[in-house]
Each structure stands twice: as structure tokens, then as C-alpha cells.
Design a protein around this ligand. Structure first.
Ligand code: CP
Ligand code: NVA
Length: 313
């Protein structure tokens, strides 16, 4: 079913948001339609206070602008209290276990945890040892909140998701993994265009291919020709050391004016941000009218409010 035919049910089967692997297309539509509704309410100054009396812990083991501010604001706008915890300042950063941390947070009445960390297994442990919802705010492997905001953005631009040709250029990283899963599930034609040696994890490619058309290619022309969306991300993700061999390999995959020229006339440029102008994208492309980067960034707020409103009881 396409999003345009989906009728919201007001609930999700999932208890957590760990990766989009666990979500069906209908559950993704549920979140996107709730996000669109919350965005509309926001625009009209109407309040939704479904987190009234709730506290959401926001644990960060890596830097953040968008995730931190959009979650803090999102929890507040829904009437709840955000509790920012930098893992450097809590005992988790000094080796206290995930198990003990979640058990203690629950004793203080924390209602949900959003965590940005390194290992996906740490996030999964939080969900396994605790009883409260856990939301992935980025790991080395996945960034599902970003992809939900991105899908909302694509839906707003094209009024549909099914059949969109989506092309990602660059490092086969956490963004590539999550985009493949999310975009394939909602019926997009997904091209991941990476140089040899920097392709996404083949197990995740195989998983995404179960849901739809996912092509991994090293040909920029194949990915860009007729594409509706061109997406890229940084050469070096948080936690990775810069290295010349990798930047040399990724430079030919830069989204520049000639790559945009191969795409459809209505194509948009997307980036999860933060961006490095002159590396993965030229200034001319990212600052052009075809760039929807700030719509994406804004949609983090609405998509995450939708996720929290559906997961936190
Ligand atoms: N896109 C994104 O997650 O941005 P931050 O790293 O600033 O949170
Ligand atoms: N791949 C990037 C995404 C940042 C939002 C990183 O992990 O640093």
C-alpha cells in the first residue's frame, strides 16, 4: 500500500525505535502522517500535550545540534520534560553498564530514553534490559529518526513516496544503511552509489532488497540519471579519523552541478547535515533553490514528536 491510501490507526506494534528493519511500511506511514498532523498543528499554534507528566532522558555519547535541540524542543512542545545527559558526565562514560544505567533511570520515573551512541548493540541492550521505550538518535550503524524526517520531506515535495528514484552518493555509512531500509520499505527505487571499498554493509543491503528495488553501484551516471532525490553525507562520520585514501576515493562521488544536471528537472538535493561544503557537496548545490536541507532539519522535530507520541504511553 502507498502512503496516499493509508488510513492511520493511531498506534504502532513496535515498542522501540531501534532500526527501521523492525518497522513495516504501514508503521512508517503511521509516523509520517502523525508528523504531518503535528506539523500542521504547530503552524496553527495548536498544542498537543500527550507527554504531560512524562520525562524523556536524552543520552548523548557523540556531538549533536539537530538531534539534541529537536528532541528537547519536541518533548517540551508535547508537554513533557527533557533530561539531557551527556555520557561524559554520567557514570556510563566511566564504564557503568547499560544494564545498571537503565535500571536506575527507571527507578527515578524516566518514561523513555533517546540515545545517541556508538554501538548498535548498546542501544539494543538498553531496550532489552529496561521496560521503557528506547529511541535511536544515531549509532554507528543506523539513524532512523533522520530517515523519518527525510521521508516526510520527500512526501511534502512530491506528494507521494512510491516510485520515487532516490540516489545516495558517498560513504556506505549509518545514513546509507537507514535510507536503504526506509526508502525501500515505502516503495522507492533506491540507488546507493559508493566507491569500491566503501559500500554499505552487504547484510543490510540484502535485508533492504527483500522490501524493494535497491541497487548498489559505483556508477554516478547510473544513480543520478533521472533521479528525483540526490542525497549525500559526510566523508567521515563521528568517531572516524580523517584519512586521505578515503577522501580521495569519495571525491568523485561529490554531488556537484554536473551530477544535478543528470537528474530529473524537479530533483531535489538532500543532506542530513552537518555538511562539508567542497567535499561531499559543492556550495552551489547545497545553497541552491533545489536544496531542501532546512526542511529536512525542521522535519526532525515533527517526525520525532510523532514517534514519541506513538511510543510513549
Ligand atoms: N542530522 C543530525 O543528526 O544532526 P546532528 O548530528 O546535529 O544531531
Ligand atoms: N554519518 C554521519 C551522520 C551525522 C548526522 C555521522 O555519523 O557522523
Amino acid at each position: 500500500m502507498d502512503i496516499t491510501q493509508y488510513k492511520p490507526k493511531g498506534k504502532l506494534n513496535n515498542k522501540h525505535l531501534l532500526t527501521l528493519k523492525d518497522y513495516t511500511a504501514n508503521e512508517i506511514y503511521e509516523i509520517l502522517l502523525r508528523a504531518a498532523e503535528l506539523k500542521n498543528m504547530n503552524r496553527r499554534g495548536k498544542k498537543q500535550r500527550c507527554l504531560s507528566g512524562k520525562t524523556v532522558a536524552l543520552i548523548f555519547a557523540k556531538s549533536s545540534t539537530r538531534t539534541r535541540v529537536s528532541f528537547e524542543q519536541g518533548v517540551r512542545q508535547l508537554g513533557g520534560v527533557p533530561l539531557f545527559l551527556s555520557s561524559n558526565d554520567i557514570q556510563l562514560g566511566r564504564g557503568e553498564t547499560i544494564h545498571d544505567t537503565v535500571k536506575v533511570l527507571e527507578r527515578y520515573g524516566i518514561d523513555a530514553i533517546m540515545i545517541r551512541t556508538f554501538k548498535q548493540s548498546d542501544l539494543e541492550d538498553l531496550a532489552r534490559f529496561g521496560t521503557i521505550p528506547v529511541i535511536n538518535g544515531l549509532t554507528d550503524d543506523f539513524h532512523p529518526c533522520q530517515v523519518l524526517a527525510d521521508l516526510l520531506t520527500v512526501y511534502e515535495v512530491f506528494k507521494r513516496l512510491e516510485g520515487i528514484k532516490f540516489a545516495y552518493f558517498g560513504d556506505g555509512n549509518n545514513m546509507a544503511n537507514s535510507l536503504m531500509l526506509g526508502c525501500a520499505k515505502v516503495g522507492m527505487k533506491v540507488y546507493i552509489c559508493s566507491p569500491k571499498g566503501f559500500e554499505p554493509n552487504p547484510e543490510i543491503v540484502a535485508e533492504a532488497q527483500k522490501f524493494g528495488e535497491v541497487v548498489v553501484t559505483d556508477s554516478v551516471e547510473e544513480a543520478a540519471t533521472g533521479a528525483d532525490v540526490l542525497y549525500t553525507d559526510v566523508f567521515f562520520s563521528m568517531g572516524q579519523a580523517a584519512d586521505k585514501k578515503k577522501s580521495d576515493a569519495l571525491m568523485p562521488y561529490q554531488v556537484n552541478e554536473s551530477v544535478m544536471d543528470m537528474a530529473s528537472k524537479e530533483a531535489v538535493f538532500m543532506h542530513c547535515l552537518p555538511a562539508h561544503r567542497g567535499e561531499e557537496v559543492t556550495e552551489g548545490v547545497i545553497d541552491s533553490p533545489r536544496s531542501v536541507i532546512f526542511e529536512q532539519a525542521e522535519n526532525r522535530l515533527h517526525a520525532q514528536k510523532a514517534v514519541m507520541s506513538l511510543l510513549i504511553k
